[in-house]
Design a binder for this molecule. Sequence first.
Ligand code: 6PG
Length: 472
Amino acid sequence: MSQADFGLIGLAVMGQNLVLNVESRGFTVSVYNRTTATTDEFVAKHPGKNLIGTQSLEEFVGSLKRPRKIQIMVKAGGPVDAVIEQLIPLLDQDDIIIDGGNSLYTDTERRDAWLAGQGLRFIGAGVSGGEEGARKGPSIMPGGPASTWEVMKPIFESIAAKVDGEPCVIHIGPGGAGHYVKMIHNGIEYGDMQLICEAYNIFKHAGFTTEEMAAIFNEWNEGDLQSYLIQITGKALEQKDPEPGQPIVELIVDKAGQKGTGQWTLLNAAENAVVISTINAAVEARILSSQKAQRVAASQELHGPTVAISTAKAELVKKVHDALYASKIVSYAQGLDLIKTMGEKKSWGLDLGRIASIWRGGCIIRARFLNRITDAYRSNPALVNLMLDPFFKKVLSDTQQNWREVVALASLNGIPVPAFSASLGYYDSYRAERLPANLLQAQRDFFGAHTYERLDKPAGEFFHTDWPEVIE
Ligand code: 6PG
């Protein structure tokens, strides 16, 4: 008998937690997993819940009320296509498939067209919040047609995180818009994480103990920088390894992993000629970190200054706080600029204020600061760059002396701060009335007759100079 309101395929931890979340809101949920023992174990572990364990896709599809609502939580890429292919012959007109993984938005667009051609409906939905978010309330970024969103809205809104009573889910836009926005969320996540790591690295070089650093992040979590990532940083630094009794963070190998969403963000930014230098620095910092053997060898060959930081601790904490805050604003300005550019290019009709508002809860980048971003776009939906919003403009002005001092201090001491300095470089370039690109244009015209415009002539008129011959 068809009795389930919702079905989920893929019972890894995220899938399991999402199922429990949906069920806890009063829905009956059918589940299917390729390894059927996992399904049996999962259902047996939760007696009394409205769960239906199924042993085959046929049984799974048959257990769902129509139009069927099926969420796939499998590894992005080939596995998503494989599941869809198996489902198509079993489904009926207007049934809905939701891909809740970190899929590449262009794959989502392809699947959207593919399934529409089969009379089926498809939603590519970014889901953020990790295991805990999936269970208690994630931030959900669904794309696809608005009419399909309307069908899914009651379930999505009931399972999403809530901030001030508002669910952290909106219909982002058509086609691949949902997965696209999730990809940029992840790029911003990379930026936030790297900036925090740079702050930690400065403190470490300045001789702070792990306990002192934990206390700083815990304190920052009470102020402007309040965010989930600052909070978990404080907690991570507090954690001791039970065996040697040392801080666990200091026992972890300094090689960062990454699954690809940050790199996709860089590629997309390059394709659209949008500068996301902070996110770029964050992705590249992970890449360099992973080349540990080369770095260990180079540490014996390439010399730098001896670290000597004499700034008083309390003063340094304040300066690094400001550098982190300012850099974070720049990173979000860049990520949102990319979303805006792509949204316009694809005519997705994106609402940056509402997107920022659903990142206030549930997701990895959730932070108090996102209220300010929401306000900025609510008061000026046409805001050209987040840095130009009156609130953020003032923060950047108030923090910049400390920000500059931190970048200078790190540089003089040979401490890498690629994301802090990329952010500052962006700020200074963006606010420069005149950049040295005049000379660059001269060089291009010199070797390639690429022509240039002149300050003393109307825009759009191009000139070429007969440059002297170079004798080498
Ligand atoms: C989230 C996270 C999640 C995933 C990261 C990890 O929003 O819940 O972004 O999707 O844990 O993508 O990514 P890396 O392995 O690339 O750090």
